[in-house]
Design a binder for this molecule. Sequence first.
Ligand code: OAD
Length: 232
Amino acid sequence: MDKIVILTGAGISAESGLGTFHDEDGLWTKYPLEDVAMPEGFARDPALVQTFYNDRRKGAAEAQPNAAHFALARLQADWHGEVVIVTQNVDGLHEAGGALDVIHMHGELAQALCAFCGHRWPAPAEMAVNEPCPSCNGPGGRPDVVWFGEIPYHMDRILQHLDEADLFVAIGTSGQVYPAAGFVQEAAARGIPRLEMNLDPSETSPVFTEHRIGKATKTVPVWVREMLAHAP
Ligand code: OAD
């Protein structure tokens, strides 16, 4: 077994104090996603949307990576083959924990995107309504996060990695949002092992071949130690 592709979701950052989305007290129970995570919501009320992401950007900047983030970085560093981390998270905690080349399929809070010209730049701590774009000077600055109705980033690269993977692992994701929720199906179609680590069974649990139920800070370091101990 050489190549491992790992998909992470909000659950891996939960113990760093960041909220999940679809859980009982998740973000989408407090803020309707139609208002804060859709282009139409931004067009309707940009102030509300910028405030929502400014708060999340501040929370992410203050959060510390946890034992699960560190363990994945260690696996990446010490594994004899390739470890690809694909995350739906926009928080940057994988990199803060030492991970490299993380694929951010839902974008990053730390980046801004111009809705007019497509230019990207490091987001200021607080983005304003009509945030000016440093490239076209238009007032089109928005958080560089993927909203519902938009196409996630780097899909070609991710599907290529899945096509080459010997093991697929999903950590802390509820399997409710596609296309990420469909990656396990891609792995199943290729017949490779599929490990799920989550607090609860997810929507896609039946498609996995192994389950480790529990908090990511407990399950992930144990799994990484086992992988490194049994590596050839
Ligand atoms: P969800 O909130 O849907 O799911 C989080 C999962 O993590 C749940 O299945 C929890 O049981 C699990 N969980 C919670 N705490 C955990 C812990 N300490 N250890 C391990 N697992 C834990 O979050 P995602 O699946 O990441 O998209 O959501 C996917 C996408 O939906 C997000 O990227 C976001 C959201 O709408 C966009 O904003 C585009």
